[in-house]
Design a binder for this molecule. Structure first.
Ligand SMILES: Cc1ccc([C@@H]2N[C@@H](C)[C@@H](O)[C@H]2O)cc1
Length: 449
């Protein structure tokens, strides 16, 4: 292995209680809200077909005009309690909220820049209201922070000259100061979700990113930071020069889901997902297909079945209200989660061979295995291949535990579970398998002879 000073300082998953809590979430909410929400993905009557929160980079939009949008930011209908109650009903266990996106506008009254909500007509601290309201609903709060900051004169994409390095040193101090004030002002924060760290200037700042992470973790013990913050001293991101993940979980799954367990390389990970095909900030027009609650339920299950968390994004309008499509997804997902959340919360990869009918999840620290069924085979027989030395003790319906399903052993580790005749499922449902370990089976067989 390569000797590294600023590579990963831990191999394998974190084993502490704070990370175990993070690993138990299953489902989270992302919220992107900021000045871009005012433009709604259009300008001068023309629609921007890029991501709405990137509209400042659209050639049609004069930077000076974008940068003066803060003078009209005044979300009278913003009701953080309503936001948090909608999230609670949806069944999310944590929220990741944009404190500062790439445009540099701060939704908290930062003392290190004038470009904040304190200098908007709205004036009040939005981050504080979100942190307090979600915490009150029992939803853990994580803060999104973009290192790249288009509003700051000392931001650089690369360090080509001495002047670049002097400026970027000022920028790095500014970044450290803002992150320090965020954690001091909102100590309930459970973790930070970094973005905007792909530029060469940051890849050349590996040592700084390492000391920054250690500094932040000293402010809030147990703080959870993913793999998008750090670079090692050779400019590697996510995995260091030895291929070891730098960060508490893998943050590479943006708008994509791993295919197999092998793809996650034994790391904790989250998948952050948009309801439309792309775009995180509010856009008046969603181009193409947007996901139904059914698809979001399936993606949640798919992520949990591979040991990750699914974090679904909502983009409120500039006035703080949500669009009908997002309200519907939150409601319908919540209705499903109310009945089936046992297969999502506190669950992990079950180490069972994937079958066409759907996904396996396994209860952490327990032998229960769940089958979340999306595709019922015509013959009603669901094939199950459990890990070696594990067999089916009892199979029943999660929503009707007294309905025990008949099982037929096919060979040494495959079985069929037969759905009750006439069962006509109209939404994904869950079968609970109480498993038996082989040693237990042998004991029973001996008892019979
Ligand atoms: C190429 C690219 C850069 C940044 C992004 C940001 N990451 C997401 C979590 C959003 O914040 C998006 O603006 C998306 C694509």
């Amino acid at each position: 292995p390569v000797a590294l000073k600023h590579g990963a300082h831990r191999v394998g998953k974190r084993t502490d209680a704070d990370m175990a809590k993070w690993r138990s979430y299953g489902l989270g909410q992302f919220i992107h809200w900021g000045l871009y929400s005012i433009l709604e993905g259009k300008y001068n009557g023309k629609y921007y077909n890029g991501a709405a929160e990137w509209i400042r980079s659209w050639k049609e939009v004069p930077h000076a005009e974008y940068d003066s949008l803060y003078k009209q930011f005044n979300p009278e209908n913003f009701n953080p309690t309503q936001w948090a109650k909608m999230a609670k009903q949806m069944g999310v266990k944590y929220v990741t909220f944009t404190t500062k996106h790439h445009d540099g506008f701060c939704l908290w009254p930062s003392q290190y820049t004038q470009y904040t909500v304190a200098n908007s007509p709205y004036k009040k601290d939005i981050v504080k209201q979100v942190v307090d309201a979600y915490t009150k609903e029992g939803i853990d709060v994580y803060l999104y922070f973009s290192v790249m900051d288009w509003s700051h004169p000392d931001w650089r994409t690369d360090l080509k000259t001495k002047e670049d390095s002097v400026a970027f040193d000022r920028f790095k101090l500014f970044t450290k100061n803002q992150l320090t004030e965020l954690l001091k002002m909102y100590p309930q924060t459970k973790g930070l979700w970094f973005d905007g760290t792909w530029d060469t200037s940051w890849k050349k700042s590996g040592a700084f990113s390492d000391s920054l992470e250690q500094h932040l973790k000293s402010l809030i013990p147990g703080l959870i930071i993913g793999s998008r913050l750090r670079a090692d001293e050779f400019g590697n991101r996510h995995n260091d020069a030895n291929g070891v993940l730098m960060g508490d979980y893998e943050q590479g799954w943006e708008r994509k889901i791993p295919k197999t367990y092998a793809d996650v390389h034994g790391n904790d990970w989250d998948c952050v997902m948009t309801i439309p095909e792309n775009g995180w900030g509010y856009a008046e027009k969603w181009l193409g297909h947007w996901k139904t609650s059914y698809e979001c339920i399936e993606m949640t299950t798919q992520c949990v079945s591979l040991g990750g968390n699914f974090v679904l994004n909502f983009g409120p309008k500039a006035d703080g209200t949500f669009r009908p499509e997002e309200i519907t997804v939150a409601k319908e997902m919540g209705d499903w989660m109310k009945v089936n959340n046992a297969a999502i919360y506190d669950c992990e990869y079950a180490n069972c061979e994937k079958q066409d009918w759907g996904y396996f999840t396994k209860k952490q620290n327990d032998d229960k295995i769940y089958m979340v069924v999306f595709n019922v085979p015509i013959n009603g027989s669901l094939k199950v291949k459990l890990p070696k030395n594990t067999s089916i003790g009892k199979a029943s319906l999660l929503q009707a535990p007294s309905t025990v399903l008949s099982t037929e052993q096919l060979d040494y580790n495959a079985s069929y579970i037969q759905l009750p005749k006439g069962m006509k499922p109209t939404s994904p449902f869950v079968i609970v398998i109480d498993t038996k370990q082989q040693s237990q089976v042998e004991t029973e067989q001996k008892a019979k002879t």
